[in-house]
Design a protein around this ligand. Sequence first.
Ligand code: ASP
Length: 439
Amino acid sequence: MKKLALHWKIIIGMVLGIIFGFIMNGIDGGKGFVSDWIAPFGTIFINLLKLIAVPLILASLIKGISDLKDISKIKSMGLRTIGIYVFTTLVAIVIGLTIVNVVQPGEGMPQDTIEKIKAKYENDAGVADKLAKATAQKDAGPLQALVDIFPSNIFQSFAEASMLQVIFFAMFVGICLLLIPEKKAKPLIKFFDSLNEVVMKMVDLIMLFAPYAVFALLANVIIAFDDIEILIKLLYYSICVVGGLILMICFYLLLVSVYAKKSPLWFLKQISPAQLLAFSTSSSAATLPVTMERVEEHIGVDKEVSGFVLPVGATVNMDGTSLYQGIAAVFIMQVIWPEGLTFSNQLVIVATALLASIGSAAVPSAGMVMLVIVLESIGFPAELLPIGLALIFAVDRPLDMCRTVVNVTGDATVSVLVAKSLDKLHEPRVKNWDDNYKK
Ligand code: ASP
């Protein structure tokens, strides 16, 4: 009998996790049971994915660059990648701003709803935490983000999983391997090639655990929802964000079919396990190993391209996040600061949401931290900030899950486009044991 494909198993795990979470929410002591006995399995899974992220970036990037044979190719790949990333992010922000201005989800929100949300979340530790993180980020100088790319101690970068620093180091090693005599470079290239194979196999093995892990992750998300009434009040706003994200996915599919001449449904099917994990973990960084595996082995993007485009994209390309930031910023203004809703402020939002999505870490909730910076850039009154965040806090997690799916799909799409433009898109070679297929 043909085994159930991985993405179906993951979907079943997700649905059962949601149902289980709701049941436990209604049972006395159920929440405690989920957080003590179920959630840790989700954490173990995320830890395993993070564990292999650094070796994977290192091995695939060093191998990819040393395969290029020619340094000028790195420049052309780099410029194309960054150019397409900026383009898709701008499209995302424009889609977000258009939707929120047309639909106006914040118009006419009843005062008592605002008061209720304010009372519940204004002094919430989660809101305070986002504000504190945003202040720390803002206090750093304007070039701090650039300085942060260059590590002084690579082991510290590994330990902290600082993605851009690891990417810089790997590229540096890869370029130097191209510059030294081939005979001397060979042993190291072989080593990283072999490391890359091992890590890819680790992805396969870890993914066998995915259906159970997403069960745990989603059950844990569900038990955190407590005020359904507030969630419903924010439904209008949430629908705007999700609608925009769906449009963004359609845009990617259009790019894949028109430019790369691949069937959109086929692309979605190949990338779906990564999307489902992005949804369950809310972290593009944790999803990265799976995104790489899917894109290389199931879509056929050459390692040279995916090894560079995907790790860079996980950190700097967050179309879902920027779309969300545009909608959230304008929604908050519609509700509590309508006088700020000028055209010039919306132009500033386009620029800052672009930068903020580049600067957002690929971890849960990072988009909300950077939203504070977007709001501050348009002179949003500081005393209203906690209320603004409180307004959207209740639905941040589900929206984070959805925008992370778009972030990951965007990275995968751009890797396909760059690969196509460099003639590095091949027939996929699915390896034995992937998806639990037995040959
Ligand atoms: N969770 C998102 C990601 O990792 C970032 C965000 O929008 O909060 O891609």
